[in-house]
Design a protein around this ligand. Structure first.
Ligand SMILES: C[S@@+](CC[C@H](N)C(=O)[O-])C[C@H]1O[C@@H](n2cnc3c(N)ncnc32)[C@H](O)[C@@H]1O
Length: 455
């Protein structure tokens, strides 16, 4: 059947499923707050979530009461490209001669069951996203030629044609060329308001004068930069922004990472400082990074372990405060070997505690790696296993429930700290949490009284 006839059916079925989800009396699947990074009091609404976004949206509505509270939902889902995407993870070690890059699959966009299933998946989430938005809020969906035209028709039904605001063309230079087609160099972003009264703050851009010379028109403010003279005009709907380059400081190695500038333009035009923005296909966390730098709050959800590890590293490096949620508690920390040194400081009621990581024995057998890469990972596990960690953190006052670290170590420039020192009073129970580059986690709890007794 032609897709044109399937669209009303897809819409109808998705709407039914959405209504069933909303009407379900039972509570949603639980999400466990496993860590509060740079936010010991848990005062910030920022959330980094590892799990399926459908379950998480239900959790936000039922457990967090966030229906009608979000100002911006940005969705950068798989594009129905029929491909799968690799992340590039660089590993460096003094014990292993060559620097290595492994390329595990970050996420799959092959949709063997067809475009109808893909559109249904998106439609249900769009219905729910609409309900999460406040009356001034807006929704952006980031796609390309593969599916955007069908999604536009579905969004017209879900959000209402009159609430369609813009089709933004993001034009870039990188990517391949075709022998039988013009080179494809743009993505399309669909921008809808929840209502026609959505919040919008126009941005400005440079418009260079012809010949880059000053016009000197009366009443027109002109500026000059290294290219020449320009005026400032309201931003147009075609955005020329470079993809994240190989050497860019923004680069996380996550496949299909979007540039922060693109997300900053969206966040700045559609939200005010303090507003809550969400990305339910968060990947490496570009929306979170943009929101953080502009003083907005953020939620970033992704079902991939590599995405979660990337986003955690990125946001911890930015010193952002947030809660990490996942669908299961952390497994017990048997995979982590560490040493603890406790010194009672003379003349003070204080201890000095030094934690030194020794080795990590995380299970990597379920990760989709090619043979040679598996050998590389095994070599690291044998010789320099701590290099497989993306992040670790220590809570020196663990309350037995939530890991709320005082110190955290995101891997930066392919290096990770392995020693953590702390002086303080009332240090009795310590928790150490680790996250490896594939998203595997552990939580190790050290009870100092039994530790001291056993020495
Ligand atoms: C295009 S990528 C997002 C890239 C991201 N904007 C960035 O800048 O890094 C799409 C992401 O959606 C995630 N994803 C796909 N289906 C999902 C689902 N049902 N729940 C949560 N995440 C999902 C994939 O794991 C992938 O990371």
């Amino acid at each position: 059947m032609s897709l044109i006839f399937s669209l009303p059916v897809i819409l109808e079925e998705s709407k039914k499923e959405y209504e069933t989800i909303k009407a379900a009396a039972s509570s949603s699947e639980p999400f466990f707050p496993v860590e509060q990074v740079n936010d010991r009091e848990g005062a910030l609404p920022n959330m980094l979530v590892h799990g399926d976004n459908l379950a998480f949206i239900q959790y936000l509505m039922r457990e967090k009461g966030l229906e009608g509270k979000l100002r911006l939902v940005y969705m950068d889902p798989p594009f129905y490209s029929k491909a799968s995407y690799d992340a590039v993870i660089r590993l460096k070690s003094r014990k292993i001669p060559d620097d290595c890059a492994i390329k595990p699959t970050a996420y799959d966009d092959s949709w063997k069951t067809g475009i109808e299933d893909y559109l249904r998946m998106l439609c249900i989430r769009l219905f729910l996203a609409r309900d999460l938005l406040d009356e001034d809020g807006c929704c952006w969906v980031h796609l390309d030629w593969h599916a955007v035209h069908y999604v536009k028709i579905l969004m017209d039904e879900i959000f209402g044609q009159r609430n369609f605001v813009n089709e933004i063309i993001w034009n870039y230079k990188s990517g391949g060329t075709g022998k039988r087609n013009f080179s494809r160099k743009h993505d399309t972003l669909l921008f809808y308001g929840k209502t026609s009264g959505h919040y919008f703050h126009p941005l400005q851009e440079k418009s260079y004068n012809r010949g880059y010379k000053p016009y000197c028109f009366k009443g027109v403010q002109e500026y000059e930069d290294e290219l020449g003279w320009y005026t400032l005009v309201n931003m147009k709907d075609v955005w020329q922004i470079d993809m994240v380059g190989r050497t860019s400081s923004e680069r996380t190695g996550y496949a299909t990472q979007k540039p922060e500038q693109l997300l900053c333009q969206i966040v700045e035009s559609c939200t005010r400082p303090g507003d809550l923005c969400a990305d339910f296909f968060g990947g490496s966390g570009t929306l979170a990074a943009a929101a953080q730098s502009l003083g907005r709050h953020w939620i970033s959800c992704d079902m991939g372990g590599i995405a979660m590890a990337c986003c955690l590293q990125r946001m911890a490096q930015k010193k952002s405060g947030f809660t990490v949620l996942q669908m299961r508690p952390d497994p017990w920390g048997d995979a982590l070997e560490l040493d603890v040194k406790i010194e009672q400081l003379r003349g003070a009621d204080e201890k000095k505690v030094t934690i030194t990581l020794r080795a990590y024995h995380g299970r990597m057998d379920r990760i989709g790696l090619k043979d040679q890469e598996r050998e590389t990972v095994e070599a690291f596990l044998r010789q320099d296993s701590l290099q497989l960690l993306a992040y670790w953190s220590v809570d020196f006052h663990y309350d037995g429930k939530t890991h709320r670290p005082e110190v955290s170590f995101p891997k930066a420039k392919e290096e990770i700290e392995t020693v953590c020192e702390r002086r303080g009073r009332d240090i009795h129970k310590i928790s150490v949490r680790t996250v490896d580059v594939f998203g595997g986690t552990t939580l190790k709890v050290l009870d100092l009284s039994s530790w001291e007794r056993s020495r």
